[in-house]
Design a binder for this molecule. Sequence first.
Ligand code: CAA
Length: 240
Amino acid sequence: MSRVAVVTGGTRGIGRAISEALKEQGHTVIANYGGNDEKARQFTAETGIAAHKWDVGDHEACLEGCAKVSEEVGPVGIVVNNAGITRDGTLHKMSYDDWHEVMRINLGGCFNMAKACFPGMRERKWGRIVNIGSINGQAGQYGQVNYAAAKSGIHGFTKALAQEGARVGVTVNAIAPGYIDTDMVAAVPEPVLEKIVAKIPVGRLGEAGEIARGVSFLCSEEAGFVTGSTMSINGGQHMY
Ligand code: CAA
């Protein structure tokens, strides 16, 4: 059955692969994005998927953005909370702004989007929420107290909301990607990244499509008994 799916941070990197995979599954996909208008225009031109701009860290913007999506294409049945940023640095160099901005967008964004869409899913007795966590939320990472805390929070958020959704047909799951070949990972200094890749048993970075296929499964009708789970897709780097 075709649903309306909103993918946050859905025009680039892992988010783009998720938007395309859900379209491929027959859903009407809206890709949210936060800043890069040019990349968003290019994405829509190449995929035919509409892109809507709002800041997922802004509560009112999420409520308004999702209400607009519902008016235009119908009630939202699938939400993929993928939008995320890094502001890496060791704690003694990290500013409060670096901490707060990562928490506001990466973790706050999940709350804001769930507030916008979960009530309608409850009423309609069907919904799929997939939150993109991280291996670094599971295992921690040098220079990422902000990001690791936010991603770890996503895993707790997922398990709590899954309990609220279980009786009303709404599943809530997380995917914990490892190091995937995206702009975000490309920003890690080369010598640091080399050491990280050397510790991945599969011996390479992951591909965005490998995360997207996991999301597609969790959003499918057949995955109705899967809730509160975390799917780790990390090439064996952390076996959790
Ligand atoms: N464990 C222990 N020590 C470490 C370390 C580690 N993992 N990494 C670095 N160090 C040490 C260094 O060896 C160095 O020590 P010496 O001075 O004695 O040689 C010291 O810490 C300082 O290291 P840097 O020179 O790298 O310090 P910096 O201030 O220039 O940069 C940093 C620090 C910003 C954290 C940088 O190391 C970095 O970017 N690291 C990568 C962090 C990372 O993996 N981010 C993931 C981004 S992708 C993502 O988050 C997606 C996802 O979900 C997986």
